[in-house]
Design a protein around this ligand. Structure first.
Ligand SMILES: Cc1cc2nc3c(=O)[nH]c(=O)nc-3n(C[C@H](O)[C@H](O)[C@H](O)COP(=O)(O)O)c2cc1C
Length: 365
C-alpha cells in the first residue's frame, strides 16, 4: 500500500483542532522526583520534544497519596506536583502542542510496602491480581486487596475530581480517565475482579457506575469536550477479565456517547484478527472521535484511518524513541529503535537523548 496523507490531516477532538492524526500514547517513564512525585525539569524537556504530535496524552498520573507504584511515578494531588506539571504544560504549549493528563488509581496493583502507613491496597473485591509487583529488593506477588466499603467509594471519586481540578490548575488542555490495563477503574468494570453486590457490582450498569461517576466529575471541571476515556477490552494480564466484553464496553461506549466526551481511546492491538476486534462494535455505539492504539506502524495506522476504523492513531513505543515522529513519518525517514532497558531507568539516558532528524531534513517536512 502506498502511504497516503491521512495521518497528516487536521482532525477535531472536542473543541480542539489538531494539526495531525498522531497521538502520543500515555507512557509512564518513572522520571519524577522520588520524594515529591512532582515531574522534574527533564520531564518538561521530554514532552516539549514531542509537541508536534496532534495530541500528547501524559503518562498515567496518580490521583491519590494511596496510589503508589514504582519509584519515579508521577502524581497530581499536591501543590508541588501542580507546580511541576505547570512547567511541562508551559513547555508543550510554547512548542505549539496540546497535552491531556491521564489520571489513574492503581487499586489492587499497589503494594503494602509502598503505600503510606503500609496500608492494604483497595479494590472493588478482595481478589489479588495475578503476577508480581516491583518492591524494594525485587519482585513480590500482588497482595490480596481490601474491598472498598460502599460508603468509601465516593471518596475515591472525589480524589479523581480534585485531580482534575489540579490538572486544570496546571494548565492541561484536558484529562484522560484511565479505565484500562487492570487498574482501579478497570477492576470495577470487569466481572472477574468485581464481585460486589451493591450498586457498584453485579450488572454491567452497576460495574460501569464508578467510571461514569468519575467521568461526570471530570466533565464538571473541564467540560465534556476536554475529557477522554481509555479502555483496554483485550487486556487480560494480571488476571483481569470479563465474561462479555462486547456488552460491557458497548454499554460504556453508549454512555460516553450520551455524555459527548472528547474521545474514546481503545487499546486494540492491530495484530488482533478482525473477527475478534471490539472497536468496530464500539463504533456503532460511540459517534465521537475514536483513537486506536497498539502495535501500529505508519502504514497500518494510515490503513485504519482510510478504512474509517479510527479517527486518530496513538503510538507508544515509537514515541519513546522518536520525538519527531510526525516529521519522520512524513519524510518516510528511518526510525530510532526504543530501548526497553531505559523505559523506567530514571535519568536522561533513553529519555531525552533520542535524536531528532537534523534540522535541515526536518525543515522539508
Ligand atoms: C514504557 C511504557 C509505559 C506505559 N505507560 C502507560 C501509561 O502510563 N498509561 C497507559 O494507559 N498505558 C501505558 N502504556 C501502554 C501504551 O500507552 C500503549 O498502549 C502500548 O505501548 C501499545 O502501543 P505501542 O504498540 O504503540 O507501543 C505504557 C507502555 C510502555 C511501553
Amino acid at each position: 500500500m502506498s502511504l497516503g496523507e491521512n495521518l497528516f490531516e487536521p482532525g477535531r477532538i472536542g473543541d480542539l483542532v489538531l494539526p495531525n492524526r498522531l497521538v502520543m500514547a500515555p507512557l509512564g517513564r518513572a522520571r519524577s522526583d522520588l520524594a515529591t512525585r512532582a515531574p522534574l525539569e527533564r520531564v518538561a524537556t521530554y514532552y516539549g520534544q514531542r509537541a508536534s504530535a496532534g495530541l500528547i496524552v501524559s503518562e498515567a498520573t496518580h490521583v491519590s497519596p494511596f496510589s503508589v507504584s514504582r519509584p519515579g511515578g508521577s502524581a497530581i494531588h499536591t501543590q508541588a506536583q501542580i507546580a511541576g506539571w505547570k512547567q511541562v504544560t508551559k513547555t508543550v504549549h510554547r512548542q505549539g502542542g496540546r497535552i491531556f493528563q491521564q489520571l489513574f488509581h492503581l487499586g489492587r496493583k499497589a503494594h503494602v510496602e509502598r503505600l503510606p502507613d503500609n496500608r492494604i491496597p483497595i479494590a472493588p473485591s478482595a481478589i489479588a491480581a495475578i503476577g508480581d509487583v516491583p518492591v524494594a529488593g525485587g519482585l513480590a506477588p500482588f497482595p490480596v486487596p481490601r474491598a472498598l466499603e460502599t460508603g468509601e467509594i465516593q471518596g475515591i471519586i472525589d480524589e479523581f475530581h480534585l485531580a482534575a481540578v489540579n490538572s486544570r490548575a496546571a494548565d492541561f488542555d484536558g484529562v484522560e480517565i484511565h479505565a484500562a490495563n487492570g487498574y482501579l477503574i478497570d477492576q470495577f468494570l470487569r466481572d472477574r475482579s468485581n464481585r460486589r453486590q451493591d450498586l457498584y457490582g453485579g450488572s454491567i450498569e452497576n460495574r460501569a457506575r464508578f467510571l461514569l461517576a468519575i467521568v461526570d466529575a471530570a466533565v464538571n471541571v473541564f467540560g465534556a469536550s476536554r475529557v477522554g476515556v481509555r479502555i483496554s477490552p483485550h487486556f487480560t494480564q494480571d488476571g483481569i477479565d470479563d465474561s462479555n466484553p462486547a456488552s460491557l464496553y458497548g454499554y460504556v461506549a453508549q454512555e460516553l456517547d450520551r455524555r459527548r466526551i472528547a474521545y474514546l481511546h481503545v487499546i486494540e492491538p492491530d495484530t488482533i484478527a478482525p473477527p475478534e476486534r471490539i472497536a468496530p462494535h464500539l463504533r456503532t455505539h460511540y459517534s465521537g472521535a475514536l483513537i486506536l492504539c497498539g502495535e501500529f506502524t505508519h502504514e497500518s495506522g494510515e490503513r485504519a484511518l482510510t478504512e474509517r476504523r479510527a479517527d486518530f492513531i496513538a503510538f507508544g513505543r515509537l514515541y519513546i524513541a522518536n520525538p519527531d515522529l510526525v516529521a519522520r513519518f512524513r519524510l518516510q525517514a528511518p526510525l530510532n529503535a526504543p530501548d526497553p532497558a531505559t523505559f523506567y531507568s530514571g535519568g536522561d539516558e533513553g529519555y531525552i537523548d533520542y535524536p531528532s532528524l537534523t534540522p535541515a531534513l526536518a525543515e522539508v517536512s
